[in-house]
Structures are given as C-alpha cells and as structure tokens.
Design a binder for this molecule. Sequence first.
Ligand code: HSE
Length: 403
Amino acid sequence: MGHGVVGSGVAEILLTHKQKLFASVGEEIYVKKVLDLREFPDSPIADRFTKNFEDIIHDLEIRVVVEVMGGLHPAYEFVSRCLKAGKSVVTSNKELVAAYGADLLELARQENVNFLFEASVGGGIPIIRPMNQCLVANIVNEVAGILNGTTNFILTKMIEDGMQFEDALRLAQDLGFAERNPAADIEGHDACRKICILASLAFGKHIYPQSVHTEGITKITLEDVKYAEKFGYVIKLIGRVKKLPNGKIDIVTAPMLVPFKSQLANIDNEFNGIMVRGDCTGDVVFYGRGAGKLPTASAVVADVVDCISHLKQRRFLYWADGDGSNIINVNDSVFAMYVRVKGKDAVSKAQALFGDIQHISMPGNSRAAFTTGEMTYGVFIEKINKLSADNVEVLSTIRIGDL
Ligand code: HSE
C-alpha cells in the first residue's frame, strides 16, 4: 500500500533480489497487488496496481501487507482491517506506530498475526529487532540518537560547507530524505516519533509524542555552530530517553551540543546513529543510512521475510498502552546548557547568576557565549529570565548532551 519513495524501493528489491530472498524464505515472495491512486504505466508490475483497498483485504492469497503510504489516515484504518482479516502487516510509518503502536500490537496479538516496523526507526539500520531480541538480557536505562536524516543532513551542510538552512533543506528534499511535509523533520516531530517508538520498546509502555518536549533545528544559526565548535562540541538533533532511579522516564527531542569524543558526534549527512546503554553491554551504537529509498525498503523487506517465516507463529514484539504518568515534566530534567548572549557586561552578569561558567567573548563587541554546569531546566529558565530582565539579550539556548 503506497508506491512512493519507499514503496517503489520495496517492489524493486523484491524483483532484483528475488533469488536471494527465495533462498532465505524457501518460496517466492510475489507482489500480488500494489495500492496507489497514481498510475505507474512504466513499472514492470504495472498490471498489478489497484486503486481499491477492498481488492487487497478480500484477496485470501495475500498474507502479508506492506503499508508505506505514510500519514495516519487512512493508514490506521487499512492496517487495522488487514490485521483483523488475519494478514500480517509491515510498516515504515513512524507516525502510525508512534500514535497507534500499542493499539495495533494488541490487535496483532489478538489475531495471532505479526505487526512489524523495523523501518520506522533508523531507515536501513537494524534497531527494533536488536533491541527486542539481541539486547533482551540487558536492563536498558538510556537510548539516545540522531534519528532524522534530513536535519542531520542540513546541520552537516551548515557545519562543513557553511550552507544556508533553506538550500540544505531543498537538497535533502531532492535526495528523497525529507517527509512530505518537511516541517515534521525540521520541527523535530519525526525524531520525536522515533524516540517514542524506541522508548516504548525499551520500557514496555507506549509513550505518545504529545507527552514529549520537542524542539526542532530552525533556530540554530551558523554562529551557534561556530561557538559550539570552539567549546568542543558539534550540534545535533537528538532524541533521548532515560530511565531515572525512581523509575520515571525523562524524554526529550531537541538540538544538543554533542562532545567531539561522543560516538554520535561523527554521524553526518543523512546517516543516523543510535546509542543504547545496556547494563551488561555498556554502550552499543548502531550506525547507518536513516533515510532514503533502498535503505528503508531493505528494512521493510527484512520484516516481510520475517513475517513469511513466521506465518503461523507471532514474533514477540509488544508493549502495553501508557498514559504518560511515568514521564517527568521537562522542567525537572537535568542538563548543562549553552547560551549565546548580547549586551553590556553579559558575561559578568551570567557569572553572577550561574556561578562557574565557561565563556567565549567576541573581541570588540558585546556578543558572547557561555556554558553552564548541570541544573534542572526549570531553574535554568528562571535564571535566563533574570538575565534578560538585566538587559542581556539571550539569542539562543541549547542543551548539552551527556552522550
Ligand atoms: N524524513 C525522515 C528523515 C525519513 O529524514 O529521517 C526517514 O524516516
């Protein structure tokens, strides 16, 4: 269902890798129908297109359905109906999994079919299956990652080539990384959905995106990029979730200053990187192409293979619904902060408020940037408000990631 960037990639891999897949599955994976409202007369499977979902749901030969339409509706209705009809479903749709994951997993459990979504996080990087199976002996206390290829591509172009934000975004769109509405990328919603999926998987209860404080990269300037470098950091959009000693969840999606020495600091362009902190393994880092046609399609096809290999047996992938009561308020989360300011005596005023700060001042003008020690975000905002009231213009504030 859906013959866009990812859907056409799935069809392509199923055709070009037919022999290889036959060897894994023991039977041919045949594309019976493709649902799309558009016409694709030049496709090698042009004769199998339909515009009518009923052609799929009523076809008893179709045992696995791939949903790569994107968006919530009608994706949710179509996927629910497929599961209820006893068909396994594979999706790359992170919006769908982040909004309805618990609901659809429960439906799959009741119908004893599979609902798999490896491609929904990290594109071609295996992360759902490794977290669910290979790391299962660990208690995972933290997951942090660069989860959006478009914004990582934009930030990399700003950092390395001094490219303007809009030009880099257009290039990412041309290369097929961006969402249909790129606001979902640059405002952080796509990364937020992905960290919600990983958090739900890691901690066993659904975490909904609306419970998560989310900031995008639209306010990041080349000046911030340069100051960050001088302090020894690179700016990345990070989705991060931590389980606190009291059992509560601290989750945020926001740009962060990542120390040069962090494994996440060198993940550039459209690549994604995800760090999972397990109590037995220590840090495990997953790296690869987080967006694009064939990387994402390869994860979809792997799930199709898994569904076919387990047609009569459900894969154990499940989390319960959640009400957000286990998530701490953003004001209670603890971070060191980077601040860029303008104004007379800005640094000495900041020192008076924040105590021991590191700072870089631009000679000959009243511009500076400083980094603070750790404090709760609520306390930080109180101090920043006092700084503003003392005639210091606060130009930007960014969290410093402990990564
Ligand atoms: N727009 C997404 C990204 C696509 O840039 O990462 C992959 O989910």
